[in-house]
Design a binder for this molecule. Structure first.
Ligand code: FES
Length: 170
């Protein structure tokens, strides 16, 4: 039974989304009149929310008199910007030269297919983010992968799903 003071979940979600949208709009309005204000605006939104919500790129675009595609282009160009909340866990695939020489290109190309998540995105159910990194200090044993704090060597597409299912906490 619902307590007298609690909001129904749908009302809380709507309220949170409204607050997020308002925060985005206020920050966009603050920077929209400045020359070159888009990047500072995006940095401030990410600092406040932890990411730049895809759903509100249109609000930012409107404030700057740009198209949503133009704002999306800027967000996706800079590696530091995230469009989804950061996960507590991460899987990092080393894509630097030594690992490439021992097979990480195949891992890089096929990892989305075996894990069901794209690079720079968070897995929809397992709460980890898939990232590229450039050297994990394990070059002699590549291809190298770090899952949270542990580095694994000689990882391939066949062994990765098992490693992930053992190391990641859903
Ligand atoms: S190049 Fe991959 S661990 Fe160094």
């Amino acid at each position: 039974m619902q307590s007298r003071h609690s909001l129904p979940i749908t009302a809380m979600k709507a309220s949170f989304e409204k607050t997020t949208e308002q925060a985005v709009e206020q920050t966009a309005a603050k920077h929209a009149t400045s020359q070159g204000g888009l990047l500072p605006c995006l940095h401030e939104i990410q600092a406040e929310l932890g990411y730049i919500p895809n759903d509100y790129l249109k609000n930012i675009a409107s404030a700057f008199s740009l198209s949503t595609a133009e704002v999306h282009g800027v967000v996706s160009f800079y590696h530091d910007f995230r469009t989804s909340p950061s996960a507590q866990q991460s899987i990092q695939i080393c894509c630097a030269e030594a690992c490439q020489a021992s097979g990480s290109r195949e891992l890089e190309a096929g990892v989305a297919g075996v894990l069901g998540v794209e690079f720079d995105e968070t897995h929809p159910t397992d709460n980890y983010r898939l990232e590229r990194v450039y050297c994990l200090g394990n070059c002699a044993c590549g291809p190298s992968v770090r899952i949270n704090d542990d580095v694994y060597g000689r990882v391939d597409l066949a062994s990765l799903p098992q490693l992930v299912s053992e190391a990641v906490q859903s």
